[in-house]
Design a protein around this ligand. Structure first.
Ligand SMILES: NC(=O)c1ccc[n+]([C@@H]2O[C@H](COP(=O)([O-])OP(=O)(O)OC[C@H]3O[C@@H](n4cnc5c(N)ncnc54)[C@H](OP(=O)(O)O)[C@@H]3O)[C@@H](O)[C@H]2O)c1
Length: 269
């Protein structure tokens, strides 16, 4: 079993990230939690050692500052959980480029920057990079296409990191949770849509996805499953979470793409 003593979690202030932080603390780990919001220490598990670092991961200065704070306290950690994220919804025809750029900035570019800064720490521990991807990386969601695009980028990144960092003994894993009940739903940025015939379909589709999220797994359940994967002796580069979503991944691999895309359209189109 892979042992975690020290970890960095981005997006540790809420949802899946906060549950990861709590479970790690409960195991007596030292955790560096990076997020823009910092909470009172009492709102986390009282075991372990927690360093909350206020950091906007898209801001180079803020990220440098966070990593120099980490560097003052340790020269290695075992796992980077690159988990921070947010959602936007909107038809491709109506979503402003700035919003798409911000989505890529948080989910892909900032994740890459966080990974780059973590490599020296992880090389010393032969550690792991865990990217919180999503089932949306494989199931391309209409009206959340940019979210699907960033998450599939993370899957590709995990595969390449595994090859590039093999000689440093570092493994990378992209984990794809399905619907999870967190603040993510309420925080989603919704693009307004002018054209009435698109707008109706768009709002119906997003309402359904949001219902599924809010009745989905708890953040704690997802975090526990993520930790189970991280602790495996030899984890694969990509994982789905939960029986249903793992089945979806298998079906999307073996069925013709015309069929799987049609089925996605039936549900969310
Ligand atoms: N909920 C779902 O159904 C679901 C399903 C699959 C995958 N995911 C993925 O799981 C991850 C966690 O999401 P969640 O559901 O736990 O949502 P959440 O409760 O809204 O948490 C998002 C976290 O990301 C942090 N964050 C966002 N932008 C940031 C920035 N610029 N710099 C630093 N931190 C930032 C937030 O902290 P601050 O606001 O304090 O900065 C917060 O801690 C995301 O990558 C999401 O895409 C979620």
């Amino acid at each position: 079993m892979f042992k975690i003593k020290k970890a960095v979690v981005t997006g540790g202030s809420s949802g899946i990230g906060k549950e990861l932080v709590n479970l790690l603390l409960q195991d007596g780990c030292e955790v560096f939690s990076l997020s823009r919001t910092v909470h009172p220490r009492e709102s986390f598990n009282n075991q372990g050692t927690l360093h909350q670092i206020a950091c906007d991961i898209t801001d180079e200065k803020s990220l440098n500052n966070a990593f120099s704070q980490i560097g003052e306290l340790t020269d290695s950690f075992d796992v980077l959980f690159s988990n921070a994220g947010f959602g936007i919804s909107g038809p491709i025809s109506d979503t402003p480029k700035e919003q798409v750029v911000r989505m890529f900035d948080v989910h892909v570019f900032a994740a890459m920057e966080t990974v780059r800064r973590s490599i020296p720490f992880l090389a010393r521990s032969k550690g792991r990079i865990i990217l919180t991807s999503s089932i949306a990386a494989v199931v391309s969601l209409p009206y959340q296409s940019f979210y699907s695009a960033v998450k599939s980028s993370l899957n590709m990144l995990a595969l390449a990191l595994n090859t590039e960092l093999k000689h440093d003994g570092i493994r990378a894993v992209a984990i794809m949770p399905g619907d999870t009940a967190t603040a993510f739903t309420a925080m989603r940025e919704k693009v307004t849509c002018e054209s009435i015939h698109v707008s109706e379909r768009y709002h119906r589709s997003i309402a359904r996805m949001e219902r599924d999220e809010q009745t989905g797994a708890s953040a704690e359940t997802v975090a526990r499953k993520i930790l189970r994967i991280v602790r495996k002796r030899a984890p694969k580069p990509l994982y789905g979470i939960g029986f249903f979503y793992r089945l979806v991944l298998v079906l999307f691999k073996i069925l013709p793409v015309r069929l799987t895309n049609w089925a996605t359209g039936l549900l969310y189109g």
